[in-house]
Design a protein around this ligand. Structure first.
Ligand code: GRF
Length: 204
C-alpha cells in the first residue's frame, strides 16, 4: 500500500473525504500524517479523530524528514495555502521524473488559476466550470493534468452555490485519481511540443 502525507490549510473536507476513501478501498493507500500551514484549521480535528500525526506549520525540511522516516510515497495537497519550492518538488519525483505531489484545483485549468476559482468562474459568466487534479510543478496551478470533471453553473445564483456543487465533485474525483496514479495505472503519452508535451493518461 502506498503511503501518503496530506497537506492542508482549511476546513479539511477533501482530507476527510480522502480518509474515508482509504477506509472504503476507493483509494488504495494509507494516509500516514497531516501537515498544516495554519495553527487552527478544520483539518486538524479530522486528523485528531483519526489519531494521525500532525505536523504544525512545518518547514520543507521538516516535511522531508517526515517523508523519509515514515516512508511516504506521495504528498497530496488538499487546500494547502503555502507555495512549495522547486527544490522541494524536485526531491519527490519518481524514476520517470514525474512529480509525486498531487493537487486539486477548483476549476478547469488552465482557466481560473489562483485563489477563489469558483468565485472567479461565477463572475466570469461561464456556462460550466469544474475541478482539476494535477501533478505539482514549481509554476503554481500548472503541471500535468491527471483528470478533470466539469459541471454546469449557468443557472446558479451565487459563488457559494457553485462551491457547494463543486465540493462533492472534488471529493469523488480526487480519491479516484490519486488511486490510479499512485498505483501506476497510467500511460505516459506525448502530444504536441515543448515542456507540456508529456501527459499522463489513465490506463484503459
Ligand atoms: C478546495 O476547493 C480545493 O479544491 C482548493 O481548496 C479547497 C479546500 O477545501 N484547493 P477543503 O479544506 O478540502 O474543504
Amino acid at each position: 500500500m502506498k503511503r501518503l502525507l496530506v497537506l492542508a490549510s482549511g476546513r479539511g473536507s477533501n482530507f476527510r473525504a480522502l480518509l474515508e476513501a482509504t477506509r472504503h478501498g476507493v483509494l488504495r493507500a494509507e494516509i500516514v500524517g497531516l501537515g498544516v500551514s495554519k495553527r487552527d484549521c478544520g483539518a486538524i480535528g479530522v486528523a485528531e479523530s483519526a489519531q494521525l500525526p500532525i505536523l504544525r506549520e512545518p518547514s520543507e525540511a521538516e516535511i522531508l524528514t517526515f517523508v523519509k522516516e515514515k516512508k511516504v510515497d506521495g504528498i497530496v495537497l488538499a487546500g494547502y495555502m503555502k507555495i512549495l519550492t522547486k527544490v522541494f518538488i524536485d526531491t519527490l519525483r519518481d524514476e520517470k521524473g514525474l512529480s509525486q505531489i498531487i493537487n486539486i484545483h477548483p476549476s478547469l485549468l488552465p482557466a481560473f488559476p489562483g485563489l477563489d476559482a469558483y468565485t472567479q468562474a461565477f463572475h466570469a459568466g461561464v456556462r460550466e466550470t469544474g475541478v482539476t487534479v494535477h501533478l505539482v510543478e514549481p509554476e503554481v496551478d500548472s503541471g500535468p493534468i491527471l483528470d478533470q470533471k466539469s459541471f454546469r453553473i449557468d443557472r446558479m445564483t451565487s459563488p457559494e452555490e457553485v462551491e457547494s456543487r463543486g465540493l462533492p465533485v472534488e471529493h469523488e474525483l480526487y480519491a479516484k485519481t490519486i488511486d490510479w496514479f499512485l498505483n501506476g495505472e497510467y500511460q505516459l503519452l506525448t502530444r504536441g511540443t515543448g515542456e507540456k508535451r508529456f501527459y499522463v493518461s489513465r490506463s484503459p
